[in-house]
Design a protein around this ligand. Sequence first.
Ligand code: FES
Ligand code: FES
Length: 224
Amino acid sequence: MSSEENNKKTSGLTRREFIKDAGIVVGGASVASMALLSACKGDTKTVTQTVSTTVNKTVTKTVTVAEDGVELTDLHVILNGEPRVCHIEANWTLRDALKEGMGVISLKDMCNGCGACGSCSAIVNGRPILTCMALAVECDGAEIETAEHLGVINHPLVNAYAKNFCAQCGYCTPGFLITAKALLDKKPNPTDEDIIDALGGNICRCGTYPQHIIAIKEAAKGGK
Ligand code: FES
Ligand code: FES
């Protein structure tokens, strides 16, 4: 029995089914993603998929089903300000697609893709999300920002995090940074409570929590 089947036996739902059914992306259901995943082996199938973005829109996706049954499609996104495209398996999470298809290294995996740690966070259409819990096909056309971009734009969070020792082992840090960026985009002068609330889904095994509050408030003042 595979680990997925084993999980199903105990939870009644496989992870793949959970992601499909929950539609945990940028808000929005996913009838078409089920169509993607139900294409017949050996087929090339065109389906119309509703992609939930900040402004809902409809895109047409072509899914090719390989001989081994793997369903392949493509993903178009704006990643850190640049248009990008990559070929993905139709059931990949956004984290899989960004890491495997586009070489993003800031997306970590502290909880084995269970949606429990925040280390895989990215900003999608202005909102921080857990990329391990979003189907990549449902993010087609999305604007995505990852922690790599903060260095490129010289965001004050980067220096504030370094100066205030927000990283010990550093594994969780990109997830905290991008979540903090989303907070500052929305609330340029957050209170302690705002910060604690925004970072509530981010876990640090090294216990750096108090430092994040100091650093984010410092970054809010331009890094001073
Ligand atoms: S890897 Fe996504 S929340 Fe932990
Ligand atoms: S700094 Fe080590 S997990 Fe957060």
